[in-house]
Design a protein around this ligand. Structure first.
Ligand code: GDP
Ligand code: MG
Length: 294
């Protein structure tokens, strides 16, 4: 199941283009420590990819920026295209007393990848550049604060200029449906008030698709991750077990995990790449050119 990435659902032209170029996608997770970043990566990509901290069932705190790349084989797809998926797991904020500038290593990492691309672009091997730029940054928000922390605001303000930021509400199993709804509205207001431009996508021709609408409408998605499987009606399901019942990761009625997964590896993957190229990398290039000519 985890290997089935719905990759064949990419629009055909994008699919053709990626066949030629080799499809690379990089996802980064950022936020306070202990919010389930490593667990979510494992829930999303399971057997295909596991950061060392997320390997097996014991998840250790992430202390350095960790990059893991895996070849993802399309499942049962006659047009078979391999994808190289890279996941960048980052150390959580708040481990040290002084958390000012804690986003700097992350900003540096993103800029390094742009720099590399920029260099490659002006070199001899232009047609075969490896795209290692960060295409999406999932920003984890603590569900227990009921609002953004000043550090979240500052971090997202630093990141949104550089990368597609997709905010997610972590550990959504700790909130009721009403609390989730309230928190989503509140967070969107705060994001707006603080001039943070989160990823909204630029998919036009499919604007009226109910799936795209459902996905964009669910942001900031409320997610649940787990490294454990439980038996439910004879089936193995990923979830978190409580005395009052089982929260299923891959159940749309329980959380937005499936919507997020669908967005990342299916409906919005190409668009996240396009926005990286057209908006964020373009900004980087402009700055770079200005520096070079001043
Ligand atoms: P990270 O520091 O953000 O990478 O967080 P980890 O993935 O290491 O998880 C920290 C702790 O939170 C672990 O004990 C996980 O089992 C737990 N955890 C992870 N995801 C969830 C979730 O969705 N809900 C709940 N309640 N706990 C979670
Ligand atoms: Mg971690």
């Amino acid at each position: 199941m985890s290997r089935h990435l719905g990759f064949h659902n990419l629009p055909y032209m994008a699919h053709r283009k990626s066949m030629k170029k080799g499809f690379r996608f990089t996802l980064m997770v950022v936020g306070e420590s202990g919010l389930g970043k490593s667990t979510l990566i494992q829930s999303l990509f399971g057997n295909s990819i596991a950061t060392s901290s997320a390997a097996s069932h014991s998840i250790q705190p992430t202390t350095t920026i960790e990059t893991v790349t895996a070849d993802i084989e399309p499942f049962d797809d006659p047009r078979g295209v391999k994808m190289k998926l890279t996941v960048v797991d980052t150390p959580g904020f708040g481990e040290s007393i002084d958390s000012s500038n804690c986003w700097q290593p992350i900003v540096d990492f993103i800029n390094q990848k742009y720099d590399q691309y920029y260099e490659d672009e002006s070199g001899f091997n232009r047609p075969n550049i490896e795209d290692n730029r960060v295409h999406c940054c999932l920003y984890f928000i603590n569900p227990s604060c009921h609002q953004l922390k000043p550090l979240d605001i500052k971090c997202m303000q630093e990141l949104h200029k550089l990368v597609n930021v997709v905010p997610v509400i972590a550990k959504a199993d700790t909130l009721t449906d009403i609390e989730k709804k309230k928190l989503k509205t509140r967070l969107l207001n705060e994001i707006n008030e603080n001039g943070i431009q989160i990823y909204t996508g630029q998919i036009e021709e499919e604007e009226d698709s109910p799936e795209i609408f459902e996905i964009m409408n669910a942001i900031p998605m409320a997610v649940v991750g787990s490294t454990e499987y439980h038996r439910l009606a004879g089936e193995k399901v990923r979830g978190r077990s409580y005395p009052w019942g089982l929260v299923q990761v891959e159940n749309k009625d329980h959380c937005d995990f499936l919507l997020l997964k669908s967005m990342l590896i299916n409906t919005h993957m190409q668009d996240l790449k396009d926005c990286t190229q057209d908006i964020h990398y373009e900004n980087f290039r402009k700055k770079k050119l200005k520096q070079e000519h001043s």
